[in-house]
Design a protein around this ligand. Sequence first.
Ligand SMILES: *Cc1c(COP(=O)(O)O)cnc(C)c1O
Length: 361
Amino acid sequence: MSKRVCNFNAGPTGIPLAVLKTIQEELLDYRGSGMSIIESSHRAVEYDEVNETAILLTKEIFGLNDDYHVLFMTGGASSQFAFIPLNFLAEGKRGVYIDTGTWSSKAIKEAKIIGEAHVAYSGKESDYSHIPGDDELDIPSDATYLHYTSNNTIKGTQFHRLPDSKGLPLICDMSSDIASRKLDFTKFSMIYAGAQKNIGPAGMTLVIMHKDMLEKANDDLPTMFKYKTHADSKSLYNTPPVFGVYVYKLVLEWIKSLGGLEGIEKINIAKKERIYQLMDLYPDYYRGTAESESRSWMNITMRLPNEELEKKLISEAKTAGFVGLKGHRSVGGIRVSTYNAVSLEAVEKLAGFLEDFKKNN
Ligand SMILES: *Cc1c(COP(=O)(O)O)cnc(C)c1O
């Protein structure tokens, strides 16, 4: 087999090897149909089964009952930034937003185009290195929802609790930590995520919505912009992102085989601990950019003593088979993304590489 790198890209990124192998096996002849799943009709029984299984597995793995709709949409998480206010912010209503980084800010920008957005907290002053406690949130009681970003992909911070929404329906952008740990998902009115970080390829956006939330949605919208259209048709109103849903289903089966979210969480904790331990050992060399209590388990961000060393590290790492370690262009430095598909073994190898790099430089 050709050589595969240790992939630490921030998104799109690696897909579990077992899943890639299944895709390869099924590509020319999907279960005796004589064609691949991406060549078959989205109204055919083959795809219908993929769609149904993906919905059922989502509910099983996240611990949700039939009060929740599972939608497979397109347009990425970025389109959801607009879909949410379009559907829930009618005249005179306002959404509340926690601003913990680039993606939260983008969600706020879209909400302001469509309706009124109240910012409950902004981390801008602290350069988004901090996750606010509940006592730092200013949440008006007359608002329509509370929106937050559970993991800040670029700044490397993460909520390690659900924020207290003061009774408002809770909406979360989970694009970069979905299906990475156990949470009480029944506390959410809506969850959404672009698939390309933790659960599949780019092109499919997962939306999970409680039926009570759906009932509050505006009806006077173009058909494709209404959540109701997608919920009523089980995401088959128009052609769904067939390949994305198929791979997502395979990824969920893989997560299930590892013991579900509990199993994957254990691996993810071991991974992030390996890197943070190293950073805590050499805090002046591998300098974390996030406050320690706000550290992300999925995107570990750090600076080295100077940019020359950062460049050198990225280049030597690439030669050694570790790719995707360059920090986001807006922050620089190093970012180790440890999404679900990254194995503990790959992280251990990287930790060894970082130890050696420090010794030699
Ligand atoms: C990557 C990312 C997005 C943007 O996702 P697209 O699918 O590219 O629109 C939004 N929110 C978070 C938290 C992300 O990590």
